[in-house]
Design a protein around this ligand. Structure first.
Ligand code: ADP
Ligand code: MG
Ligand code: ZN
Length: 476
């Protein structure tokens, strides 16, 4: 390609505080319209905002978790614009002095670590929601969401491909969830992304003119919207045209972006310091005490899983996507002493069943100690890997432990040589022709005999014992 894409993302993450940012209204989602409101969040004149301490703590925590610098003193600002979902006529946001600046997150690109800079993280209030096409063709406004705390995370234009954008978003989401400041669920709208993209001739230093695609609501759509934008802008440049600086929207059914409005400039918002709120002053001690609440983060945990449990990079990466998954793995790995086997079961059967049921690991009846117990039974030879699959599914359904399932369903592995020998004798007798061929040199038939014996034992015969005895019997 003769152009290089330059991408910068603005993420809005809803903070998981119990109450709104400047009043005591609840933040619960899905309540009846306009029942989670008060004078402050519907913008009555004469009332004053009071800053939610938790919202500040969560933002600082995010800043620290992304290697940023926390401003000892930061300010709120009024961003003025008119829209029906914004009752005050301005949004309280931060402008010149955000809570946090100059951080980064790391992603892996073609096997190498790449840093994506974070320009700033600031705190602001969300707007309400307009509901169009109501009865009689009216538009209605629901202000339950107005005043919900949002954290805006602005990346540097360090991203070069749609895939990098997706990796960056996934890493960011994972960090926000690890530190428990946001659900960061794109589908639920509490993790929203504006994607800025421009093109420049490959090798050029200067950035081109960017288009901003607003409010793309899934990882897949971010990739699609960026791919479309890159193609669209390349075509304009190829034809000798210039890209307009504008705000666009993504139509997910058609897979295209379209112009919404020409891009507003900062001065259009007439920003000025919020006179109703004092500056936010955070002491170094307060910052340190917030730092102490940050758990081991996904990158560090992934590296430790490789070192401590000898997991392949791929497994370690998958298992550290969420804190719940990583915790589950560690517990089962420690109890069983077989980390790689645990990893295989988790990434195979467990993920398959969870996906099929659309279920979170937290709601899974099969607990890590039970998985460890089952893996022990396999290594002790009490059940075969094949039987274990059945046991696993039953444990997943009922939450019972492996021994109980094995006993209830009579699944114990048969290692008793006498019993297996008897089956082998019968199988050889019933397949005398094949046995003769095998003896005459057709060694491929060995697998056939193993299969027949396993089938006759209903999968319960210990495969190692079957192999040993079969070799002996077939050469007699
Ligand atoms: P605005 O609110 O006007 O969009 P911000 O500074 O909040 O401005 O966000 C700008 C975003 O656009 C950042 O993520 C930045 O990295 C990105 N960006 C800036 N210039 C370019 C460019 N030429 N091409 C692509 N992205 C850009
Ligand atoms: Mg923007
Ligand atoms: Zn309120």
């Amino acid at each position: 390609m003769k152009y290089e894409a330059v991408i910068g993302l603005e993420v809005h993450a809803q903070l998981q505080t119990n109450t709104k940012i400047f009043c005591g209204c609840g933040t619960a989602f899905g309540e009846e319209a306009n029942t989670r409101t008060c004078q402050v969040c519907i913008g009555m004149p004469g009332v004053l905002p009071v800053l939610n301490r938790k919202a500040v703590e969560y933002t600082v925590k995010t800043g620290l978790a992304t290697h940023g610098t926390i401003s000892p003193s930061s300010r709120f600002a009024r961003k003025n614009y008119f829209y029906p979902d914004l009752p005050k006529g301005y949004q309280i946001s931060q402008y010149e002095l955000p809570l946090c600046q100059k951080g980064y997150v790391e992603i892996v690109v073609d096997g190498a670590v790449k840093r994506i800079g974070i320009t700033r993280i600031h705190l602001e209030e969300d707007a309400g929601k307009n509901l169009h096409h109501a009865e009689g063709g009216a538009s209605l406004v629901d202000l339950n969401r107005a005043g919900t705390p949002l954290m805006e995370i602005v990346s540097e234009p360090d991203i070069r491909t749609p895939d990098e954008a997706s990796e960056y978003l996934k890493k960011l989401r994972s960090i926000l969830r690890y530190i428990e400041v946001s659900d960061a669920d794109m589908e639920k709208g509490n993790f929203r992304c504006d994607a800025n993209v421009s093109l420049r001739p490959a090798g050029a230093k200067e950035f081109g003119t960017r288009a901003e695609v607003k409010n793309v609501n899934s990882f897949k759509f971010v990739v699609k919207a960026l791919e479309y934008e890159i193609k669209r802008q390349a075509q304009i440049l190829d034809e000798g045209g210039t890209v307009a600086q504008e705000t666009r929207l993504f139509d997910s059914t058609k897979g295209v972006t379209f112009s919404m409005r020409s891009k507003e400039e900062a001065h259009d918002y007439r920003y000025f310091p919020e006179p109703d709120l004092v500056p936010v002053v955070i002491s170094p001690e307060a910052i340190e005490s917030i730092r102490k609440t940050i758990p081991e983060l996904p990158d560090a945990r992934r590296e430790r899983f490789v070192k401590e449990y000898g997991l392949p990079e791929y497994d370690a990466d998958m298992l550290t996507q969420t804190r719940a998954m990583a915790g589950y793995f560690e517990e089962a790995a420690k109890l069983s002493g077989r980390p790689k086997v645990i990893s295989n079961w988790m990434m195979g059967e467990l993920m398959r069943l969870l996906n099929a049921d659309n279920r979170e690991l937290e709601d899974c009846p099969l607990r890590p100690d039970r998985l460890a117990g089952m893996v022990k039974m396999i290594s002790d030879g009490a059940i075969s890997t094949k039987i274990a699959k059945t046991v696993f599914e039953e444990m997943y359904k009922t939450g019972k432990d492996a021994e109980t399932v094995v006993k209830d369903q009579g699944l114990v592995q048969v290692s008793d040589t006498g019993a297996i020998e008897k089956i082998i004798d019968e199988v050889i007798k019933a397949n005398a022709g094949q046995a003769a061929e095998y003896k005459a040199g057709k060694e491929k038939l060995f697998g056939f005999f193993v299969g027949q014996v396993m089938k006759a034992s209903k999968g319960k015969a210990n495969p190692d014992v079957v192999n040993q005895l079969l070799k002996k019997k077939l050469s007699e």
